[in-house]
Ligand binder design. Structure first.
Ligand SMILES: C[S@@+](CC[C@H](N)C(=O)[O-])C[C@H]1O[C@@H](n2cnc3c(N)ncnc32)[C@H](O)[C@@H]1O
Length: 306
């Protein structure tokens, strides 16, 4: 049996900087100004307590502004110009649709690009070693960008989400990326139920990604509560990791959680597996790259450093 995983002593800020189809143009006074392909968008971001750098006249030219209706994610978009319902965006070889959703986001989370970069490299390295394509499980996979990044890199992917609509959007994104025929299984199911069944079947995965919300519901009403249900789910995920597994990535957007607490839970569940656990936060950086916004926390077990 290997030793216990080594938990990093200091946090890691996984920074996402602008790419062709996305940029954090400015932030401040509780808002972010971003570019999603052709559209400039203003969204609330209460943690941006500083002053914006760009003039108000620049912000005023945004194509869409999200007006929140409450403390949660709900609200509505106000458009200053006609916009399309969906439009194509890309990250490296993967393509996906931007959409103005009712939950203030654009149908993907740009700060996840730091994870996509890491996954892309890891999966490609594993594929380059030869043998069977690595099997990756993406739980709470939403519109599927992480699944598509892994598939484009040569993995066989199982994508699980409770929402039929999200699975439909993810499949559309696969088609847009030219990955309709790639080995991706699209599963509309409660994440916990799916994992419990896979443990009973003795299935193994070489990498697992999970990005659970604070609260969610399975397709037949199963309730998901992060603080109550995460330890059990993560324990089951550890059972699903193959002998030669490469990684386990846990991401969370919930308040009252931290990268260090996710790493603590992961270290508890991964005893005897060796490897390292990095932890910290995912951040979007402004064009200047000197100012950024931390948006989610993560802990990531990797069998070995590349
Ligand atoms: C925060 S999003 C995940 C974001 C995604 N990982 C990404 O990077 O685009 C949460 C997703 O969890 C799904 N979900 C909520 N409760 C669920 C459950 N009990 N089982 C499976 N999926 C669930 C939602 O449908 C939603 O797509």
């Amino acid at each position: 049996m290997s030793s216990n995983p080594k938990v990093a002593a200091t946090p890691l800020v996984m920074r996402t900087t602008a790419w062709k189809d996305y940029a954090l143009l400015d932030s401040g006074h509780g808002r972010k100004l971003e570019r999603y392909g052709p559209y400039q968008v203003v969204r609330p971001e209460p943690q941006c307590l500083w002053a914006p750098r760009l003039a108000e006249s620049v912000w005023a030219k945004a194509d869409a502004v999200f007006d929140p209706t409450d403390e949660d994610e709900a609200g509505r978009w106000r458009f200053s110009k006609p916009t399309k319902e969906t439009w194509p965006l890309g990250w490296r070889d993967v393509k996906f649709h931007g959409r103005f959703t009712a939950f203030r986001h654009l149908a993907f989370f740009p700060e996840q690009a730091a994870n996509w970069t890491w996954l892309d490299e890891r999966v490609r390295q594993r594929v380059a070693k030869g043998g069977e394509p690595p099997k990756i499980l993406n739980l709470f996979g939403y519109t599927g960008v992480a699944s598509l990044v892994c598939a484009a890199a040569g993995a066989a992917v199982t994508h699980v989400d409770a929402s039929k609509k999200a699975i439909g959007w993810a499949r559309d994104n696969a088609a847009l990326s030219g990955l309709s025929e790639a080995p991706i299984r699209w599963i509309c199911e409660d994440a916990r139920k799916y994992v419990q069944r896979e443990v009973r079947r003795g299935t193994k995965y070489d990498g697992i990604i999970l990005d659970p919300p604070k609260y969610g519901r399975g397709p037949t009403g199963e309730v998901w509560r992060l603080f109550e249900d995460l330890p059990e789910l993560l324990g089951l995920c550890c059972e699903l990791l193959s002998e030669n597994a490469e990684f386990l990535i846990l991401n969370a957007y919930a308040e009252r959680i931290s990268g260090l607490s996710l790493a603590g839970l992961m270290a508890d569940q991964m005893q005897g597996r060796g490897g390292t656990i990095d932890w910290g936060e995912l951040a979007l950086m402004e064009d200047s790259e000197t100012r950024g916004v931390g948006l989610s926390f993560f802990a990531r077990w990797a069998a070995q450093n590349p």
